[in-house]
Design a protein around this ligand. Structure first.
Ligand code: AMP
Ligand code: ZN
Length: 509
């Protein structure tokens, strides 16, 4: 079934056809997190949406190269790092020994240490939300040479210039003069634009259609955060980072570019201008934008202080899969309000699916002999209506409401058959195979079996041996070692139990 997606560039739903029609390879870039704080679940709505797009493409048979950058140098990051520095300066003035020690340590940690902490937290959350890890995660600070080369190319082509303040700007007038179009994703009002006006901030409003910074000359407020360049000491603007990283990894033209709807302007518009201004080739074939997650009708955001991080919700007893389910309930182009009630609803919806899938596992398990493997059943699941209904829905511009409709219809029908005892063991196994295929897109099933690494099993055995030999000191040391590796060991009358502990959540195996 042909996959259709809404392309912001054409403002219409289009059939997806990769740039390279001969192959099945697809390049997909999603603007990643700005690592100056923990991501909130509004941010996560966009990243779960990107994960859904990737999974649907893979479900449709494409070989996706998923790239998600890490924005580790940007206005907000510099402000944060420098505010840590100024609090340290304050502490020095106050000679408060305790806070002095603490804040100096914070100030002296290099930029990478500051952003690294939030990058790690982001990747942990990504996992907890069941997202497939992007294949490439370029950090902006590791692409400074590519960024500088791209700016040099833009200067050579006459669409960028060094201003009196030492910064390098992109010239919208020169770009338009070359026959290029600025305003591909949004209709822009050029009448408001005044000659010579320019913006240096990374984020600005639609009304500010003005030359924007590619390279920002070093200013005292930047502290020690700068790189040398042919244009002078400074740092890149946010927009050029994504152009340089995406083209370096995926080539000058690639298939899909994603982000939240607030990135359409200026970020994505500027990415198009920089990339097409440098190469003269179309940058991206399909632009996909996800709508915002709201709180009482307003965009969830740090500045409005109306946000929850994933960690806040885990602390309230919800799980990553419940949050994922909730974020996947609305169509990606529709805003929706986040509520804790919504999360309670997610809990009960998942319980219904889990119960049905659990019963299918019981009925589908052969009375004797080994369990049927997916390859033994391959193909038979296509007869299950769930698969056809779900595929039709999700291929239609990710019609998630219809897709969930197909899932819950199947749950109802299956529960009925299970209650009537009219589902054979083979039918159950085939239904399970269909569900597993669907879940490769939804990513919400709890894995019933987690493989226990050989190293962990060996440690568990060594602990049992130590206990038998009454060497309790060694047994306790091994228990601690297992804990440090993320495994909890429990003794029960039937023997030992190993449980995996991730993000403070223990998974029963
Ligand atoms: P940032 O870390 O601020 O660069 O944002 C990362 C991603 O989150 C971007 O794609 C934003 O568009 C997206 N985003 C920010 N706020 C929301 C929200 N309330 N709902 C959905 N996406 C959001
Ligand atoms: Zn970007």
């Amino acid at each position: 079934m042909a996959l259709k997606l809404f392309n912001t560039l054409s403002r219409s739903v289009q059939e997806f056809a990769p740039l390279n029609p001969a192959g099945k390879k697809v390049g997909m870039y999603c603007c990643g997190p700005t690592v100056y704080d923990f991501a909130h679940i509004g941010n996560w709505r966009t990243f779960v949406f990107a994960d859904l797009v990737r999974r649907v493409l893979e479900f449709s048979g494409y070989d996706v190269q998923h790239v998600m950058n890490i924005t580790d140098i940007e206005d907000k990051i510099i402000k944060r790092v420098n505010s840590l520095k100024s609090s340290s300066d304050e502490a020095i003035k106050r000679s408060d020994a305790q806070s002095l020690q603490h804040s100096i340590a914070s100030t002296l940690q290099p930029l990478r240490d500051f952003t690294g902490k939030f990058e790690t937290a982001f990747l942990d959350d990504l996992k907890a939300l069941g997202c497939r890890e992007p294949h490439v995660k370029p950090r902006a600070t590791e692409y400074i040479a590519e960024i500088i080369a791209l700016i040099e190319k833009l200067i050579a082509r006459g669409v960028a210039y060094k201003a009196a303040d030492g910064s390098v700007y992109f010239s919208i007038t020169k770009y338009q003069g070359c026959g290029c179009h600025y305003g591909q994703l949004l209709k822009l009002n050029f009448d408001e634009m005044r000659a010579g006006e320019r913006v240096s901030s990374d984020e600005y409003e639609k009304e500010s259609v003005a030359d924007f910074a590619l390279w920002k000359a070093r200013v005292p407020d930047d502290g020690d955060i700068f790189w040398p360049s042919p244009f002078g000491e400074g740092r890149p603007g946010w927009h050029i980072e994504c152009s340089a990283m995406s083209m370096k990894v995926l080539g000058e033209s690639f298939d899909l570019h994603l982000g939240g709807e607030d990135l359409k302007f200026p970020h994505h518009e500027d990415e198009i201008a920089q990339s097409e201004g440098a190469t003269g080739k179309p940058f991206v074939k399909y632009w996909l934008h996800g709508a915002h997650l709201l709180v009482e009708g307003k965009k969830m955001s740090k500045s409005l202080e109306n946000y929850f991080t994933l960690r806040d919700l885990l602390a309230k007893g919800f799980t990553g899969r419940e949050v994922r389910y909730l974020l996947l309930t609305a169509h990606y182009r529709e805003t929706f309000n986040f509520t804790l009630d919504g999360l309670h609803g997610a809990k009960s919806a998942l319980a219904r699916i889990d119960e049905c899938v659990g019963k299918l596992r019981e009925v589908g398990a052969p009375a004797s002999g080994p369990a049927r493997t997916a390859s033994q059943l391959a193909g038979s699941e296509t007869g299950v209506p769930l698969l056809a209904n779900f595929t039709a829905a999700i291929s239609d511009d990710l019609n998630i409401s219809a897709a969930w409709g197909a899932v819950f219809e199947w749950v109802r029908e299956t529960n009925k058959k299970l209650a009537e005892n009219t589902l054979s063991s083979t039918d159950a196994a085939v239904n399970l195979a269909a569900w597993e295929k669907i879940d490769s897109v939804l990513g919400i099933s709890v894995k019933t079996e987690t493989e226990i690494p050989a190293e962990i099993l060996a440690l568990a055995e060594a602990r049992t041996d130590a206990k038998k030999a009454k060497d309790f000191k060694r047994a306790d040391a091994i228990r601690d070692e297992l804990k440090a590796k993320g495994w909890v060991i429990e003794d029960s009358p039937k023997g030992i139990k190993l449980k995996k502990c991730e993000q403070g959540i223990i998974h029963q195996l």
